[in-house]
Design a protein around this ligand. Structure first.
Ligand code: PEP
Ligand code: MG
Length: 751
């Protein structure tokens, strides 16, 4: 059997119709008018590779493949896809696909355009989009073309990512298959989107946007659509706002073209009756899925079609557990730097020589952690330090490791004694005497978007320990907005300049390459912005071979960041060479980010060096940190130098703007990322970058604070890079702000 009609399929047919096919069939069964079509089922693909005899060839090519070798993986994928695409489909299968297409045309009364899409089957479903099985061919017409595109969808089962994913999951190539959905494309006279319920409050109020022609006009934002607000409780159209639509997009032959609307631009798109029908269908979908929906619809020859439906907001679901502590005696107070509660025996250490004292489940207490203490930090149930603020080593690393931490207590190493049992509250920044009872309680989740919140503003994550990359990638972040390599380098056996003095530059390049690869691989193909070394002299002095570090009265204003990279360009070049090697292996998801920029010349020189080292800057993203008032105030000149992005380093930007040492707990009360002076610098930077087509992001600690992120999304930032523990919270914050902005926009339109 090659073909199943959508009307014959239900949600239980995933294994033969794939997820997409089964979902469409299920909608049709529930009388939701999706465009007519059929599925070339997964058994057909198996029949195709068996009858043509290519199955063994495919399996053979895939044998002994090392998926970690990106070049080899790409090559194998290419070969397998070529084999599939050049094999002749057996006549009986072809005949059946062509017959189905002809029948579809007959039913529609004309030769129709169809969309041909691959539809992943059960095994690949949990993360089908990750597996890359989303091949879609639009505007396909004619039976020969349909057959060809079906074959192309089949070959998408072997994209490099799909192969990689299956091997990682332990699936056998012999066992996988793929279905293909062939569905009529609606040539709409009218189209648009509908929220079946209020996007923020969940009230039963439907909001519809509508344009003439195809829906691309709304998605691309080239016209102002009509907006209709319908109260589902009162069954009444409450508001109508006619947009100035100016033009519409229509399909002519197999192209889409824009047509001026003239007088029709200000005509109302939807009649009352059409709105009621649309809302009715929206209610059935909402009921069916049990969630308010964000629906894409189209009307052709008076008939409504539902082209796409996704859940929006679910309110008041039972969510995560929240930990609550019983009352207790507070021993020390500091900053809650990494959330969670840890109970255990205190172990006070003053240097890395003592780390063996710390056993699994102990509370590590120290003045300030160093990279050499990371093994002990991994074992600890919680970490407490005398010094530091929210961006000190202990804070950053413990958040990445998921260990609760309290920093900047001033006196923990004096008050807490070895062997004392204590309870550390990493949220409130408190350390209690004894083992307090921890109560886990169910909480109402504020707003959870199902199945995964998709935000227009990207939510990325900061990382500094490559070994944590796999775990951090599970946050589902849209990439890495800051890979701080200094923590990784501080963890190497010797100072970068010592490698160089010892004539071991190649070893240094190699170790950088290996460590960077861990992160690029864990996130591939999502972007990873590697920040070149920002090495403060005081931190690097402790390393083997670090004795030559200059003694500086104020290292924060000293020999660090790009200024140092340009003087000691030998280690800067080593980083670039490691990155180049990774690009050559196919990791073009890498981006380069320059730290502590204060002048145009620094950007120019760094770029020059990158070009000298042969980096293909046109293939990758190249950008800077804006973490000095100087960079923010001359950003218009810097963008002219040719950068792809900027990332706001608010940790430094705040300390340099307010003259407040970020690690000095005595002035911590003055440290405020939302100080008007800091916000002014941020606003101008985002505005000027936007005007010049340069992407904007934030990777300072403020990117993990909802109250700051809210403001940045309002200003129009493109992405936010948060600490691993804050990714989900920030995602929810952004989703809410984006919805709020949309709602405000609607209200401004007089609703
Ligand atoms: C910053 O300054 O905001 C930043 C992200 O860099 P770092 O904290 O590593 O100085
Ligand atoms: Mg900084």
């Amino acid at each position: 059997m090659a073909v199943l009609w959508l009307s014959e399929i239900s949600k239980d047919d995933v294994s033969i119709a794939g997820g997409k096919g089964a979902n469409l069939g299920e909608l049709l069964r529930n009388e939701i008018p999706v465009p007519n079509g059929f599925v070339v089922d997964s058994r057909t693909f198996v029949e195709f590779i068996e009858k043509t005899g290519i199955k063994d060839d495919i399996i053979k090519i895939l044998e002994n493949l090392n998926v970690e070798d990106t070049e080899q993986l790409n090559e194998v994928s290419k070969k397998v896809r070529e084999i599939i695409e050049s094999a002749e489909i057996p006549e009986d299968i072809k005949k059946e696909i062509k017959k189905a297409y002809r029948q579809l045309c007959e039913e529609e009364g004309e030769e129709v355009y169809v969309a041909v899409r691959s539809s992943a089957t059960a095994e690949d479903l949990p993360d089908a989009s990750f597996a890359g099985q989303q091949e879609t061919y639009l505007n396909v017409k004619g039976e020969e073309n349909v057959v060809e595109m079906v074959k192309k969808c089949w070959s998408s089962l072997y994209t490099p990512r799909a192969i990689y994913y299956r091997i990682q999951k332990g699936f056998r190539h012999e066992d996988v298959s793929i279905a293909v959905v062939v569905q009529k494309m609606v040539n709409s006279e009218k189209s648009g989107v509908m929220f079946t319920s209020h996007p923020v409050t969940g009230e039963k109020i439907a909001v519809i946007e509508a344009v003439f022609g195809l829906g691309e006009a709304i998605v691309s934002g080239i016209v102002t659509p009509d907006t209709y607000v319908y109260d589902r409780t009162e069954r009444k159209l409450k508001e109508v706002k006619i947009g100035d639509k100016k033009l519409m997009i229509v399909r002519q032959n197999d192209k889409t073209v824009e047509i001026e609307l003239g007088n029709k631009a200000k005509e109302r798109v939807l009649s009352d009756e059409e709105i009621e029908r649309l809302v009715g269908i929206g209610e059935i979908i909402e009921e069916h899925y049990g969630h308010p929906q964000d629906v894409e619809w189209a009307i052709e020859k008076g008939k409504i079609y539902i082209v796409q439906s996704r859940p929006i907001t679910t309110i008041g679901e039972k969510g995560e557990k929240e930990e609550e502590l019983e009352e207790g005696e507070i021993l020390v107070k500091g900053l809650g730097a990494s959330p969670g509660i840890g109970v255990g025996k205190a172990k006070v250490i003053f240097s890395e020589d003592e780390i063996s004292k710390v056993e699994e489940g102990d509370i590590l207490v120290t003045t300030m952690t160093t990279p050499d203490m990371v093994p002990a930090m991994k074992k600890a149930a919680a970490i407490v330090t005398d010094e530091g603020g929210m961006t000190c080593h202990a804070a950053i690393v413990s958040r990445e490791l998921g260990v609760p931490a309290v920093v900047g207590t001033k006196n923990a190493t004096k008050v807490l004694k070895d062997g004392m049992i204590v309870t550390v509250d990493g949220d409130k920044g408190l350390v209690y005497s004894g083992a307090l009872r921890v109560e886990k309680k169910e909480v109402e989740e504020k707003v959870a978007l199902a199945p995964q919140i998709i935000t227009a503003t990207e939510v990325k994550v900061n990382i500094s320990i490559p070994d944590a990359a796999e775990k951090v990638a599970k946050t589902g972040a849209d990439g890495v907005g800051l890979f701080r390599i200094e923590h990784m380098i501080l963890g190497l056996e010797k100072h970068p300049m010592k490698y160089i003095r010892d004539g071991e530059i190649e070893e240094y390049v190699d170790v950088l390459y290996k460590e960077m690869k861990k992160v690029l691989k864990a996130f591939y193909p999502k972007p990873v912005w590697i920040r070149t070394l920002d090495a403060p002299t005081d931190e690097f002095r402790a390393m083997e071979g670090g004795e030559n570090e200059p003694i500086e009265a104020n290292p924060m204003l000293g020999f660090r960041g790009i200024r140092r990279d340009l003087v000691e360009d030998i280690h800067f070049r080593a980083e670039l060479r490691a990155i180049k090697k990774l690009i050559e292996e196919g990791y073009t998801n890498v981006g380069i980010m320059l730290p502590l920029i204060t002048s145009v010349e620094e950007v120019r020189k760094a770029k020059q060096i990158a070009l000298e080292e042969g980096l293909p800057l046109s293939k990758i993203e190249f950008g800077i940190m804006v973490e000095t008032p100087a960079a923010a105030l001359i950003i218009e000149d810097i963008v002219k130098e040719g950068i792809d992005f900027i990332s706001l380093g608010t940790n430094d930007l705040t300390q340099y703007t307010l003259a407040v040492d970020r690690n000095n707990e005595n002035v911590a009360y003055l440290y405020d990322e939302t100080h008007p002076a800091v916000m002014k610098l941020i606003e101008r930077t985002i505005k000027i970058c936007k005007e010049n087509g340069v992407k904007t992001s934030i990777c300072g600690q403020a990117g993990s604070y909802p109250h700051v992120v809210e403001k940045l999304v309002e200003i129009g930032i493109d992405s936010v890079s948060a600490n691993p523990d804050a990714v989900q919270m920030i995602r929810e914050t952004i989703a809410r702000v984006e919805k709020k902005l949309m709602l405000e926009k609607l209200r401004k339109l007089n609703f």
